[in-house]
Structures are given as C-alpha cells and as structure tokens.
Design a protein around this ligand. Structure first.
Ligand SMILES: Cc1cc2nc3c(=O)[nH]c(=O)nc-3n(C[C@H](O)[C@H](O)[C@H](O)COP(=O)(O)OP(=O)(O)OC[C@H]3O[C@@H](n4cnc5c(N)ncnc54)[C@H](O)[C@@H]3O)c2cc1C
Length: 429
C-alpha cells in the first residue's frame, strides 16, 4: 500500500472516530433504504456541511424515514480549500460536488429557497409557493452578513466593487479575477471582523494564499491584513512564522484595525484610510437569514441557542439547528468539520425521538481545521468536545487536540484527504 493510501485510510478513520465518539452505535441500523411504514418526515434546510451530513445520516441510520433536503444552489461548493482557488493553486471544479449521491440514497433533493417556517403548523414555505410538511425540521443555513455598522459596505458588495469571498462560489471567482487584474506593485487589503466569525484561521490562510500568488506572479505587490481583533485568532505562532519565513516584505499584519467605512476600494479605519487596489472585506456575521426570519435567533441577536443533546433550538420545539448558525459551546469553532459533527448528533437524536427512544446522554464531537501557509505546507488545530451533563454544554476534553509543531508537507496531503473525505461523508460520494 502506498503512503498516500495510508494517509487516506487514516483520514477516513479520523472521520469515523467522530461517529464512534459521538456514541452513535451503528450496528443494526446502517440501512440505506428500509421497508414498512415511514417513521417520520424530516425536512432539512441547507445543503452545506451540516444539512447534507444530516440528510445522509438520517437516511443511513434511520432507514425508513422520509428525508427532503432543500438547497438554493444546484451544487455544493466548499469553503474549505476555496482559499487555494483564490491563490491560484486549485480550480472551482476541485471544490464543487453534486447532490447525486444523496439522491441515490432516496433523499428528495429540492433546489429552491425556503422563505418561511411555520413552527406551529410544522411546514416550510418555498419561494415558488409550495409547502413541505415535517415532523422534525433541521435548519443549517450557515451565516449571513451584518453590513449595517460599516458605511458603504452593502452597496460596495452589491456592485462587486468589494468582495467578501466568505461564501464559496461566484465571490471566490470574482476575488481571483480581481487579483489577476491587479497591477504588480498594487495593494490587496483584507479586513477581518471581530470574532466570532466562521472559520477562525481562514482569513490568515487567505493572506498566505494571496501572498504566495504575489510572490511568484506580482512580487512588488503587498498583502495588508487589517484585523479588528487584537491579535491573530487561531494558530497564532504558526501564522506569524509563515508571514515572516515566506512572505517578509509582502504581508503586513495590523492588529486592532476595525473597518468603519468603505469608499470605493478605500478602507476607512478609526485613525487611518487605506487605499487598496483590491479590497476584500469579511463582514461581521450572524446566523443565516432564514433562522432570523423564523425567530430562531435568541442569543446576542445573532445566533441560535440549542440543546446540545439533540441540537433542537431553544427557541422553537421540533426545529434542530446546526453548524455556523448556532451559538457555540465554549471553545467550539464555527467550522465545516464541527457542522458535520453537529449533524450526526442531530440525526441520531431525531431518529431516537421519532421512535420514542431516549437520546444519547453523552455525545462527544471533534474538530480538525487545516490551513495552507504555502501551496503545499499546512498547519492544523484539533480539539475534542465532551458533553457535560452538569453545565449542559460541550466542554473541551483536557489534553485533547492541539496544533502542529511546524508547517509541513505531510499535513498538506492530510488536508486535501480531509477535504475529499468530508465531502464524501456528507454527500455520499
Ligand atoms: C475561506 C474559508 C475556509 C474555510 N476552511 C475551513 C476548513 O478548512 N475546515 C473547516 O472545517 N471549515 C472551514 N470553513 C468553515 C466552513 O465552511 C463552515 O463552518 C461551514 O460551511 C458551516 O456549515 P453550515 O452547514 O453551517 O453552513 P454552510 O456550509 O454554509 O451551508 C449552508 C447552506 O444553506 C443554504 N441555504 C441557506 N439559507 C437557505 C434557504 N433559505 N433556502 C435554501 N437554502 C439555504 C446555503 O446555500 C448553503 O448551501 C471555511 C470557511 C471559509 C469561508
């Protein structure tokens, strides 16, 4: 067996470990079909990391259960690895996958927009006017942006003058095109909001990827990182080392630089204006619009509180919320890996609830986030989170996880295998 086969196997085992640790016994219920009467109807809103995984595992573990997944986009496009597209090291096709695997399992995949949720009548409304009835609803809509506090940002984003690139798809393509069109000697400015935002290490990975492109293609250009936070928010020492070792003279990092206003491609900060050729603003974030319009947002006017044993919203019975939209447990990141783990907790709990059985009282979830600091060198951060019955939340298991000792190419291979494996896990590829 080749080395790569071993690493692929290791990655598959790692994702599998999440299941075992979640306390989700698979024996005897790993059915993809099921005969006899349906045990219930579950509608899933959002076919990203959380929603797709939940749909797949409901069908796989629940057998005879009616699962309908509603997603506005025709294909899944992954945010993880999208920074490599921005840096020119991967193409959009490399991060795009279809929903045929889920359809083959008997999941009804509806391409459409959910415009409303009637929790009392247990129905969701679709943009075309249709309705879907459910016994249990899963909502995994990801994030939407809070542009109100930053003057000019909403219109700059709407007219494509400024990009966010924080939802993979057309924005990723646009940002790449702007970088390609930028003259050598130009400035790319990246504005990072205060935490919490999706993928804590993602902005620093993006800075590295853009700098890696400039280093070979536009060596006189600069990457200016305008961070609203007082310091780098994840894998700090590793990113600082990467900035210094690989991108000295290209990346300039500025802490405590909160964006106040956007004028054209000029970023207006508290004490300073930065004129950029390409301005990339990651706006502050909150739970996706549908969570807000359905009155599920009940923490800090931004996030959805959940019961961690079932992922059921604390605002509305029968509605389970996953992924980035949730108010996280302490030290729990907003990541694709974590959304995948939330989905497995929810899928198991929903099947048990539909059958009138007790839910698992001691779930464990895990997270690994890889970041590319060059096209091949990668660093990771990992953690394991155990449900604490006293405080009714997940807590980090002492001594679990950690970060890479140094950036390295073996983790570069792990990172790409992790992505392929999690896409296969969620989309039944
Ligand atoms: C640049 C970048 C790099 C990242 N790298 C990593 C990484 O390496 N590892 C990692 O684990 N995480 C990473 N992340 C974070 C990860 O992408 C998110 O945490 C993850 O996507 C969250 O999953 P989710 O299910 O909550 O939301 P999403 O995956 O965003 O899925 C939400 C889906 O719901 C759909 N939707 C929303 N509202 C509606 C509606 N009303 N009707 C129909 N459909 C709707 C959307 O179209 C979308 O497909 C990265 C993020 C970014 C931006």
């Amino acid at each position: 067996m080749s080395f790569e086969s071993h690493t692929d196997l290791a990655r598959r085992r790692l994702l599998g470990t999440g299941l075992a640790l979640s306390g989700l016994a698979l024996a005897g219920c790993a059915s993809t079909g099921g005969s006899g009467p349906s045990i219930g109807r579950v509608v899933v809103v959002g076919g990203g990391f959380g929603g797709s995984t939940a749909a797949r595992y409901l069908k796989m573990w629940g057998g005879n259960i009616d699962v309908t997944l509603v997603e506005r986009n025709p294909n899944f496009i992954s945010c993880p690895i999208s920074n490599l597209v921005v840096g020119g090291h991967k193409q959009m096709a490399d991060i795009t996958r279809g929903y045929d695997g889920l359809k083959a399992l008997g999941i009804k995949v509806v391409q459409g927009e959910v415009t409303g949720i009637d929790a009392a009548a247990k129905k969701v409304r679709l943009a075309g006017g249709g309705e879907l009835a459910y016994d249990r609803l899963i909502v995994s809509p990801g994030i939407d942006f809070m542009t109100d506090g930053i003057g000019g940002l909403a219109s700059a984003l709407a007219t494509d003058q400024v990009t966010h690139g924080w939802k993979a798809g057309p924005q990723t393509v646009l940002l790449r095109k702007q970088l390609e069109a930028m003259p050598d000697g130009g400035v790319y400015a990246l504005s990072i909001p205060k935490v919490p935002y999706r993928c804590p290490p993602g902005p620093y990975e993006r800075a590295c990827m853009v700098a890696s492109y400039f280093k070979t293609a536009k060596p006189k250009s600069k990457v200016l990182v305008l961070d609203a936070n007082p310091e780098i928010q994840s894998k700090k020492a590793l990113f600082e080392k990467a900035f210094k070792d690989h991108y000295a003279g290209i990346i300039e990092y500025r802490a405590n630089n909160e964006l106040k206003e956007v004028q054209g491609t000029t970023a207006k900060l508290e004490f300073d204006d930065v004129k950029a050729n390409v301005l990339n603003v990651i706006p502050p974030q909150r739970a996706g619009d549908i969570a807000r319009s359905a009155n599920l947002v009940n923490v800090n006017s931004r996030w959805v509180g959940v019961n961690w044993l079932t992922m059921e919203s604390t605002a509305a019975a029968g509605i389970h919320v996953l992924g980035d939209a949730t108010f996280p447990a302490p030290a729990m990141p907003k990541s694709g890996h974590m959304a995948n783990q939330h989905a497995k907790v929810a899928a198991a709990a929903i099947i048990q609830l539909l059958k009138g059985e007790a839910v698992n009282s001691a779930p464990v979830v895990m997270n690994t986030c890889y970041s590319f600091v060059t096209a091949r060198d990668v660093v990771h951060v990992a953690s394991v989170h155990q449900f604490d019955a006293t405080d009714k939340t997940f807590k980090t298991v002492p001594g679990s996880g950690g970060v890479s000792a140094a950036a390295n190419q073996i983790e570069g291979r792990y990172a790409l295998s992790w992505a392929e494996n999690i896409w296969a896990d969620m989309l039944a590829l």
